[in-house]
Design a protein around this ligand. Structure first.
Ligand code: AMP
Ligand code: ZN
Length: 453
């Protein structure tokens, strides 16, 4: 059997993966808060853990792997969106969850085994909170229930930091009803306008962290194999999940995996920074899901990565070339050893892709195809038509009109600026007797092109 090694955040080492039960391999990944379209960064964990899900299914058998990814459908951001738009919370969360499934499906991801919505699991959350109060790890104060962080000695072990260091570095909310500023909310009161459920502490709603502890317990049991998410969730979300579950006497997750961030010019892509574009934006521009997936997998999940136009263009060229070579070819029944070795080595997807290039170079198209299947890369979705995405074509055409006008108006400064700008942006323009023709080179840079507007 293929041996898989995974880098465990909790031990900071690469470890041989040994499931608790090979017949029931279990993985939990924190899912989205559903109030808006997923941005490209949100898609990175989805693709990374989809590759792991596929690898586990390949090694242990499809029916022996359970993958849970939740929907957070109770959250103050959702309440705010409902208040802004006058729409109901349920309309917003239903619509956004479906968008998420459509957009992530377009990236070739398999549907997880279970996709629990937090609002359907309130009772198990309430009973876990009661258990924590019984065990003196939580206390009620002014309609809130708070987790007593100092009662869990190993708090911070996942990130290897002490509670005091974390307080110093974090924006912890000080509130009069807290025993300690570090204590976090398990339950909070709801007013008449806010969604709420009856509980021993009055009408209210759960804090965010408790949902993952409660739903993983219900669906995967008190101990399971893998817990994943972006490394921005390590603290406080994952530290809090561990504290809650361990204080209930649960073993919880054995192996912790965290993907690094998708960045824009060195900064994490995020809603709050405003430096984001959505997966749907890219799909609408004509970038295929397979191309997005291929670009992601070229970078190892524990390294930060940027999305660039150049990577997009190169991925498109590669996948188009492979699609052309594979027409009429049947995939091999087995998977190339080199690809498996790379994927099993802490999901070395970059190494696996290097091997795909080698298989193509050796004319071994059947094994190229079986490896692509394992990695979820669909060549039928990759090809595009050889043209630039529609938005890019329109922009170039508009700039060419602009250049023609500048020439006509004898505005040579503007015309020269556009000519040099095309070169710098990696757009090759040829003036022919029938007008200007253009093509994108591998240096194409959308940001530079947009700066010419
Ligand atoms: P959120 O809805 O912000 O809680 O994020 C959902 C998932 O996307 C979490 O696993 C985050 O860690 C992940 N995530 C958010 N932003 C990024 C990013 N820029 N790069 C990679 N993963 C991200
Ligand atoms: Zn979680």
């Amino acid at each position: 059997m293929t041996q898989i090694t995974l880098h465990n955040t909790a031990t900071r080492r690469k470890e041989l993966f040994q499931p608790i039960d090979e017949a029931n391999v279990r993985m939990y990944v924190c899912g989205p808060t559903v109030y808006d379209r997923a941005h490209l960064g949100n898609a990175r964990p989805v693709v990374v853990f989809d590759v792991l899900f596929r690898l586990l299914r390949f090694v242990f058998g499809e029916s022996h792997v359970a993958y849970v990814r939740n929907f957070t459908d109770v959250d103050d951001k959702i309440n705010a969106r409902a208040a802004e738009t006058g729409r109901s919370i349920r309309q917003i969360t239903n619509e956004t969850s479906q968008w998420y499934l459509d957009d992530m499906g377009a990236l070739g991801t398999l549907t997880p085994t279970h996709m629990p919505r937090a609002t359907e699991w309130i009772a198990p959350m309430v009973s876990m909170i009661e258990g924590l109060i019984d065990r003196d790890h939580a206390y009620e104060a002014e309609g809130h229930v708070l987790f007593r962080v100092r009662s869990y000695k190993e708090y911070g072990a996942l990130s290897g930091r002490s509670v005091d260091d974390m307080i110093a570095g974090a924006r912890v909310e000080v509130a009069p009803y807290k025993e300690d500023p570090m204590d976090f909310v398990l339950w909070k009161p709801s007013d008449a306008e806010t969604p709420g459920w009856d509980s021993p502490w009055g009408r209210g709603r759960p804090g965010w962290h408790i949902e993952c502890s409660a739903m993983s317990y219900e669906l995967l049991g008190e101990a399971f194999d893998i817990h994943g998410g972006g490394n921005d969730l390590q603290f406080p979300h994952h530290e809090n999940e561990i504290a809650q579950s361990r204080c209930m006497g649960h073993g919880f997750a054995k192996v912790w995996l965290h993907n690094e961030m998708l960045q824009v010019e060195g900064k994490k892509m995020s809603k709050s920074l405003g430096n984001f574009f959505t997966v749907r934006d890219l799909l609408d521009q004509g970038v295929s899901g397979a191309v997005i997936r291929f670009v992601f997998l070229q970078t190892h999940y524990r390294k930060p990565m940027d999305w660039t136009e150049k990577k997009r263009a190169e991925a498109e060229t590669t996948l188009r070339k492979w699609a052309k070579a594979s027409s009429g070819v049947t995939p091999a029944a087995d998977v190339d050893e080199g690809v498996l070795i790379a994927l099993s080595d802490d999901l070395n997807t970059a190494g696996a892709i290097a091997r795909l290039h080698a298989l193509f170079g050796n004319d071994d198209i059947p094994h190229l195809l079986s490896a692509l299947n394992l990695m979820g890369i669909d060549l039928n979705d990759s090809a595009g038509d050889g043209n630039a995405p529609e938005g890019v074509s329109k922009l170039i055409e508009a700039l060419l009109v602009d250049r023609a006008q500048a020439r006509q108006n004898r505005d040579f400064a503007r015309a020269d600026l556009l000519r040099d700008g095309f070169v710098a942006a990696g757009v090759l323009v040829k003036d022919t007797k029938d007008g200007a023709e253009w093509e994108l080179t591998s240096n194409f840079d959308l940001t530079k092109l947009e700066a010419l507007k």
